[in-house]
Design a protein around this ligand. Structure first.
Ligand code: DX5
Ligand code: ZN
Length: 225
Protein backbone atom coordinates (compact mmCIF):
# COMPACT_ATOMS: atom_id res chain seq x y z
CA UNK A 1 0.00 0.00 0.00
CA UNK A 2 0.97 3.67 -0.23
CA UNK A 3 1.29 3.63 3.54
CA UNK A 4 4.13 1.13 3.57
CA UNK A 5 6.33 3.13 1.23
CA UNK A 6 8.32 4.79 4.05
CA UNK A 7 9.03 3.39 7.51
CA UNK A 8 9.09 6.22 10.08
CA UNK A 9 5.65 7.58 10.94
CA UNK A 10 5.08 9.91 13.86
CA UNK A 11 2.81 12.41 15.60
CA UNK A 12 3.80 16.08 15.88
CA UNK A 13 2.12 17.86 18.80
CA UNK A 14 1.33 21.52 18.02
CA UNK A 15 2.27 23.97 20.78
CA UNK A 16 -0.45 26.30 19.49
CA UNK A 17 -2.72 24.50 21.95
CA UNK A 18 -0.20 24.61 24.84
CA UNK A 19 -0.37 26.83 27.92
CA UNK A 20 1.91 29.72 26.93
CA UNK A 21 2.24 30.85 30.54
CA UNK A 22 3.81 27.46 31.30
CA UNK A 23 5.87 26.97 28.17
CA UNK A 24 8.87 25.50 30.01
CA UNK A 25 6.73 22.74 31.59
CA UNK A 26 4.86 22.13 28.33
CA UNK A 27 8.18 21.81 26.47
CA UNK A 28 9.50 19.50 29.19
CA UNK A 29 6.38 17.33 28.82
CA UNK A 30 7.02 17.11 25.06
CA UNK A 31 10.69 16.27 25.72
CA UNK A 32 9.57 13.31 27.83
CA UNK A 33 6.91 12.23 25.32
CA UNK A 34 7.04 9.82 22.38
CA UNK A 35 6.93 12.75 19.94
CA UNK A 36 10.10 13.22 17.90
CA UNK A 37 8.76 16.42 16.33
CA UNK A 38 7.25 19.59 17.78
CA UNK A 39 4.97 21.54 15.44
CA UNK A 40 5.27 25.33 15.58
CA UNK A 41 2.37 27.33 14.08
CA UNK A 42 3.28 30.86 13.05
CA UNK A 43 0.37 33.08 11.94
CA UNK A 44 0.62 36.66 10.72
CA UNK A 45 -2.99 37.90 10.76
CA UNK A 46 -2.81 38.47 6.99
CA UNK A 47 -2.43 35.08 5.32
CA UNK A 48 -4.73 33.70 8.01
CA UNK A 49 -7.25 35.61 10.14
CA UNK A 50 -5.33 35.08 13.38
CA UNK A 51 -1.99 35.96 14.97
CA UNK A 52 -0.18 33.31 17.02
CA UNK A 53 3.47 33.94 17.92
CA UNK A 54 6.86 34.46 16.32
CA UNK A 55 10.60 34.33 16.91
CA UNK A 56 10.79 34.85 20.70
CA UNK A 57 8.52 31.87 21.36
CA UNK A 58 10.31 29.66 18.83
CA UNK A 59 13.67 30.61 20.38
CA UNK A 60 12.37 29.87 23.88
CA UNK A 61 11.18 26.41 22.84
CA UNK A 62 14.41 25.72 20.92
CA UNK A 63 16.41 26.53 24.04
CA UNK A 64 14.52 23.92 26.07
CA UNK A 65 14.34 21.04 23.60
CA UNK A 66 16.41 18.80 21.37
CA UNK A 67 13.33 17.62 19.48
CA UNK A 68 12.95 18.35 15.77
CA UNK A 69 11.28 21.75 15.32
CA UNK A 70 8.73 21.62 12.52
CA UNK A 71 7.78 25.21 11.68
CA UNK A 72 4.57 25.85 9.76
CA UNK A 73 4.55 29.40 8.44
CA UNK A 74 1.05 30.71 7.81
CA UNK A 75 2.41 34.05 6.67
CA UNK A 76 2.47 36.17 3.50
CA UNK A 77 5.81 36.41 1.66
CA UNK A 78 7.61 33.97 3.98
CA UNK A 79 10.80 34.44 1.94
CA UNK A 80 11.37 37.62 4.00
CA UNK A 81 11.88 35.59 7.18
CA UNK A 82 13.44 32.23 6.21
CA UNK A 83 16.93 33.03 7.51
CA UNK A 84 15.52 34.36 10.78
CA UNK A 85 13.47 31.19 11.35
CA UNK A 86 16.56 29.10 10.65
CA UNK A 87 18.59 31.18 13.10
CA UNK A 88 15.81 30.84 15.70
CA UNK A 89 16.05 27.05 15.71
CA UNK A 90 13.74 25.77 12.96
CA UNK A 91 14.71 22.35 11.55
CA UNK A 92 11.89 22.12 9.00
CA UNK A 93 10.40 25.23 7.42
CA UNK A 94 7.06 24.79 5.69
CA UNK A 95 5.61 27.61 3.61
CA UNK A 96 2.16 27.80 2.04
CA UNK A 97 1.99 27.40 -1.75
CA UNK A 98 -0.76 30.05 -1.74
CA UNK A 99 1.59 32.57 -0.11
CA UNK A 100 4.54 32.06 -2.50
CA UNK A 101 4.49 33.32 -6.10
CA UNK A 102 8.10 32.11 -6.46
CA UNK A 103 7.64 28.81 -4.70
CA UNK A 104 10.61 27.07 -6.31
CA UNK A 105 12.95 29.86 -5.26
CA UNK A 106 11.59 29.87 -1.71
CA UNK A 107 12.18 26.11 -1.39
CA UNK A 108 15.81 26.54 -2.49
CA UNK A 109 16.16 29.42 -0.01
CA UNK A 110 15.03 27.15 2.86
CA UNK A 111 17.54 24.47 1.85
CA UNK A 112 20.32 27.04 1.54
CA UNK A 113 19.72 27.90 5.20
CA UNK A 114 20.40 24.25 6.09
CA UNK A 115 16.77 23.43 6.91
CA UNK A 116 14.46 20.80 5.48
CA UNK A 117 11.84 22.26 3.12
CA UNK A 118 8.10 21.78 3.21
CA UNK A 119 5.12 23.18 1.32
CA UNK A 120 1.59 23.34 2.74
CA UNK A 121 -1.71 23.32 0.87
CA UNK A 122 -5.02 24.75 2.08
CA UNK A 123 -8.10 22.50 1.84
CA UNK A 124 -9.19 24.31 -1.36
CA UNK A 125 -5.82 23.92 -3.11
CA UNK A 126 -5.34 20.82 -5.29
CA UNK A 127 -2.29 18.60 -4.82
CA UNK A 128 -1.45 19.17 -8.50
CA UNK A 129 0.00 22.55 -7.44
CA UNK A 130 3.00 20.55 -6.17
CA UNK A 131 3.59 18.67 -9.42
CA UNK A 132 6.67 20.63 -10.47
CA UNK A 133 8.32 20.93 -7.03
CA UNK A 134 7.50 17.62 -5.37
CA UNK A 135 10.87 16.17 -6.38
CA UNK A 136 12.62 18.90 -4.35
CA UNK A 137 10.53 18.64 -1.20
CA UNK A 138 11.28 17.03 2.15
CA UNK A 139 7.68 17.44 3.28
CA UNK A 140 4.24 18.18 1.87
CA UNK A 141 1.63 19.37 4.36
CA UNK A 142 -2.05 18.81 3.63
CA UNK A 143 -4.28 21.07 5.70
CA UNK A 144 -7.31 19.17 6.94
CA UNK A 145 -8.87 22.38 8.30
CA UNK A 146 -8.74 25.94 6.96
CA UNK A 147 -5.65 27.32 8.69
CA UNK A 148 -5.87 29.97 11.38
CA UNK A 149 -7.27 28.23 14.44
CA UNK A 150 -6.83 25.12 16.53
CA UNK A 151 -9.75 22.97 17.55
CA UNK A 152 -11.57 22.85 14.19
CA UNK A 153 -13.35 19.89 12.63
CA UNK A 154 -11.40 17.53 10.35
CA UNK A 155 -12.23 17.80 6.61
CA UNK A 156 -12.32 14.17 5.34
CA UNK A 157 -11.25 15.09 1.79
CA UNK A 158 -7.70 15.26 3.22
CA UNK A 159 -7.62 11.45 3.06
CA UNK A 160 -8.14 11.44 -0.73
CA UNK A 161 -5.56 14.19 -1.12
CA UNK A 162 -3.05 12.15 0.91
CA UNK A 163 -3.50 9.18 -1.42
CA UNK A 164 -3.07 11.35 -4.53
CA UNK A 165 0.04 12.99 -3.09
CA UNK A 166 1.59 9.64 -2.12
CA UNK A 167 1.01 8.49 -5.70
CA UNK A 168 2.60 11.68 -7.11
CA UNK A 169 5.65 11.24 -4.87
CA UNK A 170 6.03 7.66 -6.05
CA UNK A 171 5.80 8.71 -9.70
CA UNK A 172 8.67 11.19 -9.41
CA UNK A 173 10.70 8.79 -7.27
CA UNK A 174 10.76 10.96 -4.13
CA UNK A 175 10.94 8.08 -1.67
CA UNK A 176 11.92 10.27 1.29
CA UNK A 177 9.06 12.79 1.05
CA UNK A 178 7.08 13.04 4.26
CA UNK A 179 3.36 13.72 4.02
CA UNK A 180 2.03 15.66 7.00
CA UNK A 181 -1.62 16.22 7.89
CA UNK A 182 -2.63 19.19 10.00
CA UNK A 183 -5.96 20.01 11.60
CA UNK A 184 -8.63 18.14 13.50
CA UNK A 185 -6.48 15.02 13.97
CA UNK A 186 -7.78 12.63 16.65
CA UNK A 187 -7.71 8.89 17.28
CA UNK A 188 -10.89 8.77 15.16
CA UNK A 189 -8.94 9.55 11.95
CA UNK A 190 -5.27 8.81 12.77
CA UNK A 191 -5.22 5.21 11.51
CA UNK A 192 -7.04 6.09 8.28
CA UNK A 193 -4.57 8.90 7.63
CA UNK A 194 -1.50 6.75 8.26
CA UNK A 195 -2.95 4.05 6.03
CA UNK A 196 -3.63 6.58 3.26
CA UNK A 197 0.09 7.39 3.25
CA UNK A 198 0.51 10.10 5.88
CA UNK A 199 3.83 10.11 7.76
CA UNK A 200 3.35 12.91 10.26
CA UNK A 201 0.11 13.80 12.03
CA UNK A 202 -0.07 17.21 13.69
CA UNK A 203 -2.28 17.29 16.78
CA UNK A 204 -2.94 20.38 18.87
CA UNK A 205 -6.13 20.41 20.90
CA UNK A 206 -6.47 16.63 20.91
CA UNK A 207 -3.16 16.39 22.77
CA UNK A 208 -3.19 19.47 25.00
CA UNK A 209 -6.88 19.39 25.95
CA UNK A 210 -6.63 15.73 27.01
CA UNK A 211 -6.27 14.73 30.65
CA UNK A 212 -2.87 13.18 30.02
CA UNK A 213 -1.13 14.78 27.00
CA UNK A 214 1.86 12.42 27.20
CA UNK A 215 -0.43 9.39 27.13
CA UNK A 216 -2.37 10.90 24.22
CA UNK A 217 0.86 11.37 22.25
CA UNK A 218 1.79 7.75 23.02
CA UNK A 219 -1.64 6.67 21.81
CA UNK A 220 -1.19 8.56 18.51
CA UNK A 221 2.28 7.02 18.18
CA UNK A 222 0.92 3.52 18.81
CA UNK A 223 -1.16 3.52 15.62
CA UNK A 224 1.65 5.06 13.54
CA UNK A 225 3.93 2.12 12.79
C1 DX5 B 1 -4.11 25.37 12.23
C2 DX5 B 1 -2.72 24.96 12.60
C3 DX5 B 1 -2.68 23.63 13.25
C4 DX5 B 1 -3.37 23.59 14.59
C5 DX5 B 1 -3.99 22.24 14.71
O1 DX5 B 1 -4.09 26.52 11.47
O2 DX5 B 1 -1.90 24.90 11.46
O3 DX5 B 1 -1.36 23.13 13.37
O4 DX5 B 1 -2.52 23.80 15.68
O5 DX5 B 1 -4.80 22.25 15.83
P1 DX5 B 1 -5.86 21.09 16.06
O6 DX5 B 1 -5.11 19.81 16.16
O7 DX5 B 1 -6.52 21.52 17.33
O8 DX5 B 1 -6.81 21.11 14.88
ZN1 ZN C 1 0.13 23.76 11.65
Amino acid sequence: TAGSRRPMKLPAPSVLAADFANLAQETQMLNESAAAWIHIDVMDGVFVPNISFGFPVLEAIAKHTTKFLDCHLMIEKPERYISQFAASGANMITVHAEACPHLHRTIQQIKAEGCLAGVALNPGTPVSVLEDVIGDLDLALIMSVNPGFGGQKFIPNAIQKTKRLAEMAKQVGNTTLKIEIDGGVTMANASDLYQAGADVLVAGSFVFASNDPKATIAELFSVAN
